[in-house]
Design a protein around this ligand. Structure first.
Ligand SMILES: CC(C)(COP(=O)(O)OP(=O)(O)OC[C@H]1O[C@@H](n2cnc3c(N)ncnc32)[C@H](O)[C@@H]1OP(=O)(O)O)[C@@H](O)C(=O)NCCC(=O)NCCS
Length: 332
């Protein structure tokens, strides 16, 4: 193991401007505030409109975190964007962020791990920093899932919202804010959540027989079961591997997908409710952005008091899962 540590310098975020409430949704769907609230805990969500997109949200979150960190943009040598449903297939969102921020010295690429994207990006950043290959990394997790939602599918469209989260990480020979990370990938459960896109075949060959629309399809109950069976053992493994007592976790910040799942995960881990950070009521599931947005907002609202040790946990299409224990200091 290298003795290079990883310092989390700053975390920031952006959310889409438009607020759509459950009552608004009753105008286009056979649903109710009561159904959505009791099944999910969601009351409202942010939805991109006009020219807003996962790219514009990601650029804004990137600019905010750079400003907050006081980092010289020219010192950023790697940008990783966790962008699973980007506006364009290419250029990458990371390259677009580079162009918009002037991070000319950075190498840029995207990763795709759906709602687990922020922690997957964190793990990549850590590996690069600890290897000595890059020193100053900007990660941006951005999704505008509402653009890939069938707004007549009430079992899916009520769940999602749009936002972006960002973080700057740097090499440190004094401290390591990443206590541990573990990741899960389970391609065999790939059909639990899908977002299929199709090109068009060459006119000289057969047409595609089954056309698909670029909408999220989800087997909600299977997702629920996957999370409850796969995530708690990996969280316990992470605590064990890092010699961390669950009592030493100051805050648990799980992926904001469903309040019932958040409560059930906290209960399985015997984490007191007072330590659980949840903002799902106002944002719904913002995919990879959920965790950094919840952290930034928790700090700003003084629900998270720093310095603190956080356990973060995400899951999403793939299926993927990702957990980490991180430390945040007062200047985040
Ligand atoms: C999606 C989820 C809230 C659905 O809850 P559920 O209790 O499983 O509900 P069901 O799908 O069994 O639906 C129950 C009934 O409610 C109806 N229903 C579904 N969505 C509805 C809505 N928005 N409003 C009103 N009724 C709705 C269904 O049609 C069904 O009616 P029926 O019994 O007449 O067929 C839940 O399965 C879930 O949260 N799963 C995890 C999904 C997730 O987190 N995905 C993202 C992971 S990153």
């Amino acid at each position: 193991m290298s003795n290079i540590g990883v310092k989390i310098v700053s975390i920031d975020c952006e959310v889409a401007k438009n607020v759509i409430t459950n009552d608004d949704l009753t105008k286009i769907l056979d649903t109710s505030d009561e159904w959505i609230t009791t099944r999910t805990g969601i009351k409202e969500r942010r939805v991109v409109s006009g020219d807003e997109s996962s790219t514009t949200l990601g650029i804004s979150a990137a600019k905010k975190v750079i400003k907050r960190s006081n980092f010289n943009i020219k010192d950023i040598d790697l940008i990783i964007a966790a962008a699973s449903a980007p506006e364009d297939v290419y250029p990458s969102v990371a390259c677009l962020i580079q162009e918009a921020t002037g991070a000319d010295n950075a190498v840029c690429f995207d990763i795709k791990a759906a709602c687990s994207g922020f922690i997957y990006a964190l793990s990549c950043a850590c590996a690069y920093i600890k290897s000595g290959m890059y020193k100053n990394v900007l990660i941006v997790a951005t999704d505008a899932t509402t653009k890939f939602t069938d707004w007549s599918d009430r079992s899916v469209c009520v769940l999602f919202g749009d936002g972006a989260g960002s973080a700057i990480l740097t090499a440190s020979n004094k401290e390591d804010d990443i206590v541990g990370i573990n990741l899960i990938s389970d391609g065999a459960s790939g059909d639990f959540i899908t977002l299929k896109t199709q090109g068009i075949n060459c006119p000289l060959v057969d047409k595609i027989e089954h056309e698909v629309k670029p909408f999220i399809q989800m087997k909600g109950k299977d997702v629920y079961k996957f999370v409850m069976t796969k995530i708690p053992p990996k969280l316990e493994e992470l605590l064990q591997d890092t010699n961390t007592d669950v009592k030493d976790i100051d805050y648990f910040v799980p992926h904001q997908s469903n309040q019932r799942m958040i409560d059930a995960l906290a209960e399985r881990l015997t984490i007191d409710n007072s330590k659980v950070i949840s903002n799902i009521e106002h944002y719904g599931n913002m995919s990879a952005a959920s965790i950094p947005v919840a952290i930034r907002e928790g700090i700003d609202k003084k629900e998270i008091k720093l310095p603190a040790t956080l356990m973060i946990s995400a899951f999403g299409a793939g299926m993927t899962g990702a957990n980490a224990i991180i430390k945040l200091d007062e200047n985040i």
